[in-house]
Design a protein around this ligand. Structure first.
Ligand SMILES: [Fe+2]
Length: 134
């Protein structure tokens, strides 16, 4: 069971869509690694990647919202902050006690679920707003 990009997830801004594609493909790698019993090693890779990439991605998305005076900017940003906090918590735990299967499961259940939900609802709402602006 993997995850795939689908056009319904597009927010109509190519740069953001490409970042979302990249994020989903990284999570897909984790799901595939899990099937091969290599989830722990892949989670280490994913956490390192997310630490940087997610900041860049959220910053780009928020800058776009500011540029267009998006009325839901604050609540949207709050969602991003929530994700960053969850990621930080996970990072702190794994730094302290090492990556375990529990963390892999948590990442799939929590971070991936959040991401899919966020892209398909909150980001597509942003996409609709941006389209209505044009
Ligand atoms: Fe977002």
């Amino acid at each position: 069971m993997g995850i795939e990009w689908r056009d319904s997830l597009s927010i109509g801004v190519e740069a953001i869509d490409n970042q979302h594609k990249e994020l989903l493909s990284r999570f897909d790698k984790l799901l595939n690694a899990c099937q091969e019993g290599k989830g722990i090693a892949e989670l280490k890779v994913l956490l390192l990647f997310l630490e940087e990439y997610v900041h860049t991605h959220f910053r780009d998305e928020e800058a776009l919202q500011k540029l267009h005076r998006y009325p839901e900017y604050e609540s949207h940003k709050a969602e991003h902050i929530y994700f960053i906090e969850q990621l930080k918590k996970l990072k702190a735990e794994t730094d302290k006690s090492g990556v375990s299967t529990h963390h892999v499961v948590e990442t799939n259940n929590m971070l991936l679920k959040w991401l899919l939900n966020h892209i398909s609802k909150v980001d597509t709402t942003l996409g609709k707003f941006l389209k209505s602006e044009n």
